[in-house]
Design a binder for this molecule. Structure first.
Ligand code: HH2
Length: 319
């Protein structure tokens, strides 16, 4: 079996993640005691959260909102995975269905046919954990058989079969918050307090994972930026990530890359011109408690997050 980098990215004794998070929270004056766990258990090892984790996006689709069609050919997809690994990705997230608002549905067979060869080739060629971005249990089952280390489920175990597919595999699990489907979600943005409501609904997904016997150490949570959220609600959620992490006791993954709220903030710049704005969102998210970042531009995120993390972990000198 190939040894993955995940096995080596565990927190070191002196750079312990809990200590780092603790100093960060205290530097920011947020004062949370329920800190996120220091590592994320995957199938073949663990990813340490002693520095920000970068998840590179690889959409093997003809129609994703920013990179649709670019990596639809498996050879281009594998080249892109290799490039992202060289730029410092900690894992690569392979998706075969666009979930942009209004995207048309893809059958499980078609989705699996897109992602499985790419997952298998990445597992063979690269020393990097690989994740499958799917909300279908049938696709997750095939992806896990092909060696996927993580299931990234944007529906938060919405498919009744998903938890029982993931549980025995030992894979990591991303539980993302959304309401409805990509076709209906933008009409489902009625919240009382968006942060409390998203945390409560993620808590229900976490309970579904618990009931299936998926250990908490295998789970990270994602507020689902752009999924049944207005632009304003996206900002409120990113500003309050530490509240969600502290309430549910799991690390937070932020997926803001190139999303439309960034375009809206910048006067309508198109998706392929939003990487600097994305970097801003990642750094702000880091300061507010996110530890994992799903991005298209790995090089920019890696640099920005490592530098921001080093500064945020340094105690401010008293005058
Ligand atoms: N966003 C998208 C897809 N998968 N997974 C997680 N965990 N978090 C996210 O925010 C997230 C996600 C949508 O972005 P993208 O993959 O770039 O586009 P598309 O759905 O059009 O393929």
């Amino acid at each position: 079996m190939t040894t993955t980098r995940a096995e080596y990215r565990v927190p070191s004794a002196e750079g312990d993640a809990t200590d780092g998070a603790s100093r960060l929270y205290s530097a920011l004056g947020t004062g949370h005691s329920a800190l996120p766990a220091g590592r994320w258990e995957l199938r073949r090892g663990a990813l340490g959260l002693d520095r920000p984790v970068v998840m590179g996006i690889l959409n093997v689709t003809p129609d994703s909102f920013s990179d649709g069609g670019r990596f639809f050919d498996p050879r281009h997809a594998i080249e892109q995975a290799r490039r992202m690994a060289g730029e410092g990705a900690d894992l690569v997230d392979v998706g075969g269905e666009s979930t942009r608002p209004g995207a048309s549905a893809v059958s499980a067979d078609e989705e699996a046919a897109r992602v499985v060869p790419v997952l298998r080739a990445i597992r063979e060629a690269l020393d990097l954990p690989v994740s499958v971005d799917t909300r279908k249990a049938a696709v997750a089952r095939e992806a896990l058989a092909a060696g996927a280390d993580v299931v990234n489920d944007v529906s938060g175990l919405g498919d009744a079969e998903m938890a029982s597919v993931v549980a025995p595999s030992g894979a990591g699990l991303v539980l993302m918050h959304m309401r409805g489907t990509p076709a209906t979600m933008q009409g489902l943005t009625d919240y009382g307090d968006v942060v409390d409501d998203v945390a409560a609904e993620l808590g229900e997904a976490l309970a579904r994972a618990d009931a299936a016997g998926i250990a908490r150490e295998r789970v990270v949570l994602d507020p689902g930026i752009g999924f049944a959220k207005t632009a304003e609600q996206n900002l409120e959620l990113i500003a309050s990530l530490d509240r969600i992490g502290a309430r549910l006791g799991r690390p937070i993954l932020l997926g803001a890359s190139r999303k439309s709220f960034i375009g809206a903030l910048l006067g309508g710049v198109p998706a392929d011109a939003r990487d600097a704005g994305t970097t801003g969102a990642c750094v702000a998210g880091l300061a507010r408690g996110a530890r994992l970042f799903r991005v298209h531009d790995v090089r920019a995120a890696r640099q920005a997050l490592d530098v921001a993390w080093a500064i945020l972990r340094t105690p401010a000198r008293a005058p």
